[in-house]
Design a protein around this ligand. Structure first.
Ligand SMILES: [Zn+2]
Length: 183
């Protein structure tokens, strides 16, 4: 099962909590025992966390020895992991032709400015009240519209003039949302 980056981030938060505990606390003692197991190349919670961190960051990040860990370093690790995940996600989106609606997509702010976001586009679904329309919109955004396979298969933009209005390229988003002749 793939390791979710959010689980590693949560474990890093827990590690930050653990290193701040007084040494008399059982959890703090357990952390030190886990560190000792690490030093003797045995499987432990810390070695598992290090392994998970390396897997989700494609070996760009690893856990320093316990003696070198502090809140600032854990915070930096979390930030680096988050940045790596967003960068990887962005790359995958740009490499996927079906997700072209997300390429360089800018979302409007309330003040009229625009910004780029990587995820959490659920606000589209909140604004749509009909469940079937939510499904259609999700299919459209993720390139799973039936119009996508029809209109994009081996046909250039010039050869895909809208059959309804004859004015625009017949893209899935045009057919479903924009074409004035298809109302
Ligand atoms: Zn049209």
């Amino acid at each position: 099962m793939p390791i979710a980056p959010c689980c590693v981030l949560l474990a890093l938060c827990f590690l930050d909590y653990l290193i701040k505990l007084p040494s008399s606390q059982i959890a703090s003692k357990a952390l030190k025992e886990s560190h000792l197991l690490c030093l003797t190349n045995r499987i432990s919670w810390l070695s598992d966390l290090d392994y998970a961190l390396q897997i989700v960051s494609n070996c760009t990040l690893s856990l320093p020895p316990l003696s070198q860990l502090n809140s600032d370093k854990i915070c930096m690790l979390s930030a680096s992991l988050t940045n790596y995940v967003w960068t990887s996600l962005e790359l995958k989106i740009h490499q996927n032709r079906c997700l072209y609606l997300f390429h360089h997509c800018l979302e409007p702010f309330a003040n009229g400015s625009f910004f780029h976001i990587h995820s959490m586009l659920c606000h589209y679904l909140i604004q749509v009240t009909v469940p079937a329309h939510c499904k259609s919109l999700t299919n459209l955004l993720f390139g799973e519209s039936i119009f996508y396979t029809i209109s994009h298969y081996g046909v250039s933009d010039d050869g895909r003039q809208c059959r309804m209005c004859h004015m625009h390229v017949e893209s899935p988003e045009h057919a479903i949302l924009q074409c004035a002749s298809n109302l």
